[in-house]
Ligand binder design. Structure first.
Ligand code: PLP
Length: 397
């Protein structure tokens, strides 16, 4: 049986997969099973931040696994401790980290910290436990039972219930304040909504919300699973927005393709031994990958090349936007997290298919947003080729 037949017979049908099978990659260039080349503007949904088959990352991983891969969190793990140091120092915040394996798991950790914090007497008002978490209607926070309920999109709440209690959805940032009450322990937001449509929040509104929450004694959780690790130009989007969240989650771009999730918090005294854990979280493999990715990207940022590349990429998107006013209504996003709002959902589907046929991979976000999450290390030549293919695809529609 070929891959497609095996998949159909043995894998649960939870994905509507495109009909293509990649067998190798090099930075932002992919090769499929027929030898056809593609430019990758998706980086595995923001995961392959340092590109495919990155030599430094692969060398770090190979060296690590030739010694030891896993021993559990019952013992000290050197690369995990080092990864935590790198993450905290790059963030500029006085925080500590917990390691899991995915974005949803990082958010679960964030919610557990916030709920435990809300149950501590001195944080409650008149003996009322704080447990409610406010999220936004267009948010996306994961696929576990709890994070699916934390996700504000109604369509995600079909089946799977009963869900954990205590999630409240705000229409937008300005609607959050009216939902706060004595039971609210946290507000969780994405600074640039990813799955919701590559929609950045307004900086002034975010800063006003952060201040309001500090005044009210409510925690701010920022879900940086997609925006984190230089995707928006700074190590964290929180740095770009110049706020100091209480809890931040990371995942996608952190391991360069090796599964890892992190929840980091300034609330160092809330969780104690036994309150949380993960068998795989932050093992030698994933945390040595994270160390390498942070080293590669922090050098890349310092050299100025990240900024140059980001400008080039955005200029190219701007050009597409101006040329195809018949297809797009708005350019959205920040840094290397970009989008073009398509006229409608059918147009978007046609664009994505035609792009693939023409040799460039792009993503969908929300109902009608064409999303670009290229490897941060994409070269100018790869960009040129990718946008040429995209232009071919769009002009054929
Ligand atoms: C992808 C994503 C998640 C979920 O991450 P998984 O690794 O798929 O569990 C959560 N939050 C945001 C903002 C995401 O983009």
């Amino acid at each position: 049986m070929n891959t497609q037949e095996l998949d159909k017979k043995y894998v649960l049908p939870t994905y509507a997969r495109a009909d293509v099978e990649f067998v190798s990659g090099n930075n932002a260039t992919l090769t499929d099973a027929n030898g056809k080349k593609y430019i990758d503007f998706t980086s595995g949904i923001g995961v392959c931040s340092v590109g495919h088959a990155n030599e430094s990352l692969n060398a770090a991983i190979s060296e690590q696994i030739s010694n030891i891969t896993h021993i559990s969190n019952l013992y000290h793990i050197a690369p995990q401790a080092r990864a935590a140091q790198k993450i905290v120092e790059a963030s500029g915040y006085d925080m500590q980290c917990f390691f899991g394996n995915s974005g949803a798991e990082a958010n679960e950790g964030a919610l557990k910290i916030a709920r435990k914090w809300g149950g501590i007497d001195s944080n409650s008002k008149d003996g009322e436990i704080k447990y409610k978490v406010i999220t936004l209607k267009q948010s996306f926070h994961g696929r576990t039972i709890t994070t699916v309920k934390a996700t504000g999109q109604e369509s995600m709440h079909n089946y799977f219930g009963p869900f954990p209690d205590g999630f409240v959805y705000a229409d937008n940032m300005n609607h959050v304040e009216s939902l706060l009450d004595d039971h609210t322990c946290a507000v969780m937001i994405e600074l640039v909504q990813g799955e919701g449509g590559v929609q950045p929040q307004d900086k002034k509104e975010v800063q006003a919300l952060a201040k309001l929450l500090k005044d009210k004694g409510v925690l701010l959780i920022v879900d940086e699973v997609q925006t984190g690790v230089y995707r928006t130009g700074e190590f964290l989007a929180s740095n770009l927005y110049e706020i100091e969240p209480d809890i931040i989650t990371l995942a996608k771009g952190l391991g360069g393709g090796v599964p890892i999730g992190v929840v980091m918090t300034s609330l160092k005294d809330v969780m104690g031994a036994g309150d949380h854990g993960s068998t795989f979280g932050g093992n030698y493999l994933s945390s040595s990958a994270a160390c390498a990715v942070i080293d590669i990207l922090s050098d890349y940022k310092k050299s100025g090349d990240l900024e140059i590349n980001t400008l080039l990429f955005n200029k190219a998107i701007e050009k597409v936007y101006k040329k195809y006013t018949n297809l797009f209504t708005e350019k959205v996003g920040i840094g290397m997290m970009c989008g073009l709002r398509a006229k409608d959902a059918d147009t978007l589907a046609a664009i994505i298919n035609s792009a693939r046929e023409n040799g460039v991979m792009v993503l969908k976000a929300g109902r009608n947003t064409l999303r670009f999450l290229p490897p941060l290390t994409i070269t100018k030549e790869e960009m040129d080729e990718g946008f040429k293919s995209l232009d071919n695809a769009l002009s054929s529609l």
